[in-house]
Design a protein around this ligand. Structure first.
Ligand code: ADP
Length: 393
C-alpha cells in the first residue's frame, strides 16, 4: 500500500466527495482539489501584497485560485464540490478537532490571533473570502495544533508562574499536527503495528518531533510558538531563555530585532549561511568547516530528541522521517541515529541510500521508516470525516 492512496484505519468509505484544500499563508495561497485521494488540481499563488506584485491581497489571490479551477471546469460553483478544508495554524486550547466553520468559530479563531499574529489572520482571510463566494458550502477548519492537544499537563506546562501563564495562555501547543497525525498513522501501518509507538521527525524548513502512542500524541518539540525544539532552516530551536534577556540588556537589541534573529537568521542559516540542507551537504562534502558544525548541531539535537522521546514512550515500534530533509537526506537519517544500536535502533546503509520505505535492518527491534508527508490529503480526509459525521446527525 502506498502512502498516497488515502487509506487509513478503515475510513476508506469516508474518502468520497470532492474537497478543496486551502492553505492560506501570509504571502501565499496553496490549493489542492481532491476527489477522495485523487488530485484533480493544485497550485500556488505567491507574493500576495508584496510591492510590485499583481496580487494585491488574499481576496485577489483566492479569485485567481477560483479562476484557475474554473478554467479546468472545476470551479467553486461546481455542484460536485462537497466542502472546503482550511488549514488554520493556531487552535489554542479551544479547538482540539477539525471544526465546521460558523460565525462563532470565526470569532474564536480571531480570539487566537495574539498567539499566531502572522498566521491566523491570513487563514481567516481565506475563510472569509471563500465563505462569501460559496456561503452554502460546508467549510472546515483543520488546526495545526489539534493533534497535539492530547499531550499531558506535564508535557504542556512551562515551569513559570501559573497565574501569569494561565492569564496569557502561555503553554506548549505544538505545530505541524496534520503532518504528525498522517505520518504517525502511516508509519505504524507500514511496520504492521497500527496503534503502535511512533517517533515522528518532521524535517522541512520548519522541523518538529513528536511521540505518538495508540494514535495519541504524548509529546512534541514545538511549544507555544514554532520556535522551540529542533534546529531548523532559519530558526534556533531550543535556547536558554536568558539569551533573549542578554541580547536585550547587554547587546541593546529590540524585541523585534531578537525576533528576527531567532526566527530568520538562526538555525542552519545562522550557523553556516545556508538554510537549504542540500547546499549544506554539498559544502560538507567539500570539507567546509562551518557547514560541518551546522550539520553536527542539527543531527545532535535530533538524536537528543529521539532519546528523550524513547524515554517518554517506554518502547518504540518505529521512527519515521518525513519532510523535505527527512524524506530526501540519507545522511541526516544515518547521522542522527548513529550509535543507537544499544537502543535497538539501526539504519541499513543500502536501504537508506535507496530511500526505501523501511531503512532499518530486518532484525532491528525499532524500525526506521521514510514516510512522505501529505498534509493536504490529511486535511481533505479530516474535512470529509467532519462532513459525514455532521450529516449522520
Ligand atoms: P517546508 O517546511 O517549507 O514544507 P520542505 O518539507 O519542502 O519544506 O523541506 C525543505 C527542505 O528540504 C530544504 O531545506 C531542502 O534543502 C530540503 N531538501 C529537499 N531535497 C533534499 C535533498 N535531496 N537532500 C537534502 N535536503 C533536501
Amino acid at each position: 500500500m502506498s502512502g498516497r492512496d488515502g487509506r487509513g484505519e478503515g475510513d476508506e468509505g469516508e474518502m468520497v466527495g470532492r474537497v478543496l484544500v486551502l492553505n492560506t499563508g501570509s504571502s501565499s495561497v496553496k490549493y489542492r482539489l481532491l476527489a477522495g485521494a485523487e488530485r484533480l488540481a493544485s497550485g500556488t499563488v505567491e507574493r500576495i501584497g508584496e510591492p510590485g506584485s499583481p496580487v494585491a491581497d488574499h481576496e485577489a489571490a483566492l479569485k485567481i485560485v477560483a479562476t484557475e479551477l474554473a478554467d479546468r471546469g472545476l470551479g467553486l460553483d461546481s455542484p460536485e464540490l462537497t466542502a472546503i478544508g482550511h488549514r488554520v495554524v493556531h487552535g489554542g486550547t479551544t479547538f482540539t478537532e477539525p471544526t465546521l466553520i460558523t460565525e462563532e468559530v470565526v470569532r474564536k479563531i480571531e480570539e487566537l490571533v495574539p498567539l499566531a499574529p502572522l498566521h491566523n489572520p491570513a487563514n481567516l482571510a481565506g475563510i472569509e473570502v471563500t465563505r462569501r463566494l460559496r456561503p452554502d458550502l460546508p467549510q472546515v477548519a483543520v488546526f495545526d495544533t489539534a493533534f497535539h492537544s492530547t499531550i499531558s499537563p506535564a508535557a504542556a506546562t512551562y515551569a513559570i508562574d501559573r497565574e501569569v501563564a494561565e492569564r496569557l495562555r502561555i503553554r506548549r501547543y505544538g505545530f505541524h499536527g496534520t503532518s504528525h497525525a498522517y505520518v504517525s498513522r502511516e508509519a505504524a501501518a507500514a511496520v504492521g503495528r497500527p496503534g503502535g509507538n511512533v517517533i515522528v521527525l518532521h524535517l522541512g524548513n520548519g522541523a518538529s518531533a513528536s511521540a505518538v502512542s495508540g494514535g495519541r500524541c504524548l509529546e512534541t518539540s514545538m511549544g507555544m510558538t514554532p520556535l522551540e525544539g529542533l534546529v531548523m532552516g532559519t530558526r534556533s530551536g531550543d535556547l536558554d531563555p536568558a539569551v533573549v534577556l542578554y541580547l536585550g540588556r547587554v547587546a541593546g537589541m529590540s524585541l523585534d530585532e531578537i525576533d528576527e534573529l531567532l526566527n530568520r537568521r538562526s538555525g542552519m542559516r545562522g550557523l553556516c549561511g545556508d538554510n537549504d540542507m542540500r547546499a549544506v551537504q554539498e559544502r560538507l562534502a567539500a570539507g567546509d568547516r562551518d557547514a560541518r558544525l551546522a550539520f553536527s548541531v542539527y543531527c545532535h539535537r535530533l538524536r537528543k530528541y529521539v532519546g528523550a522521546y524513547y524515554a517518554v514512550l517506554g518502547t518504540v515500534d518505529v521512527i519515521a522521517f518525513t519532510g523535505g530533509v527527512g524524506e530526501n537526506s540519507p545522511l541526516v537519517r544515518q547521522t542522527a541515529l548513529d550509535g543507537l544500536e544499544a537502543m535497538g535502533i539501526a539504519v541499513d546503509p543500502a536501504r537508506n541510500a535507496r530511500g526505501e520505505r523501511i531503512v532499518s535492518p530486518d532484525d532491528a527491534a525499532v524500525k526506521v521508516a521514510v514516510i512522505p508527508t501529505d498534509e493536504e490529503l490529511e486535511i481533505a480526509r479530516q474535512t470529509l470525516g467532519i462532513i459525514s459525521r455532521t450529516n449522520r446527525g
